[in-house]
Design a protein around this ligand. Structure first.
Ligand code: FES
Ligand code: MG
Length: 593
């Protein structure tokens, strides 16, 4: 119910100033099979923002779950109206799924604003669907609650857990080293996807669904239930009932997505070993909710938090194990007990505080969700790296392997720092074409740089910064080289890259002036990456680049790519559209004309 004291949908179906308009809307929506009595009564209309489709297999189970959502809505006295959201499928959409996060956002804002909807159930799952829908909910600010589709069941390959994405990075190395053939590669990949649901590792999907719960935007316990489990259907029904209550209470997204709630989410992100895409998406959601949030907040609030969740890629287990260990409720319960949740009193979707929802809950499988006293990694959050190459880039320290630490970060005279010469690649095609060329001279001291892959360069930002070493180094047992870039990295990758660099090469960042053989110093103590060149040399190279016309990615292939490039901000501003941050509370501020 809005400030106007009545449901916003009444402006369509009960418009005293224009009975003609009322009649027009009524006769169309009667075609849906609803009665005049229902439409003219006081039942709230609940939109079910449907992200599942044949093009979006990760979210496809929502087509089934929506039936239970409807039953919950109907039972609580609401009317359900399901409608499609622009599909975003992480691995299917070219050039990148993240290009479409803002497109789905724009579309959903228009749907929620321009139709007779009093509240919304947001069907989340595959990576970008969660931020897109929560961003829209934040902008429109009518009551909204998310429902995860749930992760896939555990994958298995030859008796071992086979996790989404993570098995691909593994299989790529085996293929490059000649230990498997193409058929073996496909068999490994297929083993990781045994059921409906989203990726079963702690990649971007599990991360963002977990954070939607930690933020209070979906019901306690909702994130971790595997898609095929019976509890998933029950959660769908409960979510349907809850949204009707939320409309009656006029509990809106900006009451839930507060600065305090984002700070809690940053802590939870560290404890679960969340994806390096999380800063981009949380920054975007925060901006649309009117909350200040930065990459530095991730370091300040999240870096000291221990890694509790032993899921691939940082750990060993998968989503089904996470559910049996207690899921997000157990993680938050453990963090609360240790005093690590900064704001236990924030309001959540069900009208209770975080502390009321989660106090007293604890891990049921201590090897899967570790107690705070016995974490996998003591400091698991991100570092916000700066320096003369970029203003801000993210490093996920929880995935630094013992081998990597020993080779790069354990010199007694200079701990947590290393130097090396760079090899620079301009986008994934360039990398794939040249990485195995022994003539480049890449060796165990090299640093790989990927540029041209930020929001402008490869529209939406490509997930390519985590680069495997050349095949000849893999055969020598060198499993990982340091990687730096202006693109993103799959949340399912275990590479300790420095990524999401802003400004990117195509936005005037100094990555554009790097040349093969330049030396970089990476220092985790001071959170800096330094190009070891004089100011004069840097200025001279910048001038030469500008004289040559600057650094550009490939031409836009569609109208949306062109619009996106004209209006998008960098990763350290959440990759939001420039005007989008100007509009707040649009579902309450005005009735559509
Ligand atoms: Fe859709 Fe991973 S590809 S959730
Ligand atoms: Mg991804």
């Amino acid at each position: 119910m809005s400030d106007r004291g009545k449901l916003r949908s009444r402006a369509w179906f009960d418009n005293p100033s224009s009975p003609e308009i009322t009649a027009l809307y009524l006769e169309r929506y009667l075609n849906y099979g609803l009665s005049l009595e229902e439409l003219r009564g006081s039942k709230p209309i609940i939109g079910i923002a449907q992200t599942g489709s044949d093009l979006s297999p990760c979210n496809r189970h929502h087509l089934e779950l929506a039936k239970r959502v409807r039953e919950g809505i109907r039972e609580a006295g609401g009317i359900a109206m399901e409608f499609p959201v622009h599909p975003i499928q992480e691995t299917g959409k070219r050039p990148t799924a993240s290009l479409d996060r803002n497109l789905a956002y724009l579309g959903l804002v228009e749907s929620l604003f321009g139709y007779p909807i009093d509240g919304a159930v947001l069907t989340i799952g595959c990576d970008k669907t969660t931020p897109a829908l929560l961003m829209a909910a934040a902008t429109v600010n009518i009551p909204a609650v998310a429902l995860s589709v749930g992760p896939m069941l555990n994958g298995w390959f030859r008796g071992e857990r086979s996790g989404s994405g993570t098995i691909i990075w593994e299989a790529r190395k085996l293929l490059a080293a000649g230990e498997i053939d193409e058929e073996g590669f496909i068999a490994m990949a297929a083993s990781s996807a045994p059921s409906v649901g989203y990726c079963n590792t702690m990649g971007t999907a599990s991360t963002m669904n977990s954070l939607a719960e930690a933020l209070g935007m979906q019901l306690p316990g909702s994130a971790a239930i595997p898609a095929p489990y019976r509890e998933r259907g029950e959660m769908a029904w409960r979510t349907g009932k809850q949204i009707v209550e939320m409309v009656q209470a006029d509990r809106r997204p900006t009451q839930i997505m507060t600065r305090e709630a984002f700070e809690n989410a940053i802590v939870v992100n560290s404890a679960i070993g969340g994806s390096s895409n999380a800063p981009i998406h949380l920054l975007a959601m925060a901006r649309h909710a009117g909350v200040e949030l930065s990459n530095q907040d991730f370091q300040d609030i999240g870096h000291h938090v221990p890694l509790l969740v032993n899921l691939q890629p940082a750990g060993s287990y998968l989503s089904e194990d996470f559910f049996h260990a207690g899921g997000v409720p157990a993680v938050i319960g453990e963090l609360l007990a240790a005093g690590l949740i900064p704001h236990p009193d924030v309001l959540m979707a069900n009208g209770r505080t975080l502390a009321e929802n989660y106090s007293g809950l604890s891990s049921q499988l201590p090897d899967v969700i570790r107690p705070v006293a016995d974490p996998l990694v003591a400091e698991a959050g991100f570092l916000n790296m700066t320096g003369n190459l970029f203003a801000s880039a993210i490093m996920k320290t929880s995935v630094i392997s013992p081998d990597f630490r020993a080779r790069y970060l354990s010199k007694p005279e200079d701990p947590d720092a290393f130097e090396g010469p760079v090899f620079v690649f301009d986008g994934p095609e360039d990398y794939h074409a040249r990485i195995d060329d022994a003539a480049l001279g890449i060796d165990g001291t090299s640093i790989l740089v990927m540029r041209g892959t930020g929001p402008l360069g490869y529209p939406g930002g490509a997930e390519v910064v985590n680069m495997r070493p050349p095949a000849y180094l893999l055969k020598q047992g060198i499993e990982a080289l340091p990687c730096i870039g202006d693109g993103r990295q799959s949340g399912t990758s275990g590479s300790p890259s420095i990524l999401n660099a802003a400004p990117e090469a195509a936005a005037g960042g100094n990555l554009a002036i790097l040349k093969d053989g330049d030396r970089l110093r990476v220092d985790l103590n001071t959170q800096t990456v330094t190009l070891l060149l004089s100011e004069e040399e840097i200025e001279a190279r910048r001038a030469a680049l500008e004289a040559a016309g600057g650094y550009h990615g490939p031409a836009s292939q569609t109208p949306w790519q062109a619009y996106f490039r004209e209006h998008v901000r960098q990763f350290d501003e959440g990759m939001v559209l420039d005007r989008a941050g100007d509009f707040h509370d649009v579902g309450n501020a005005a009735t559509p004309r």
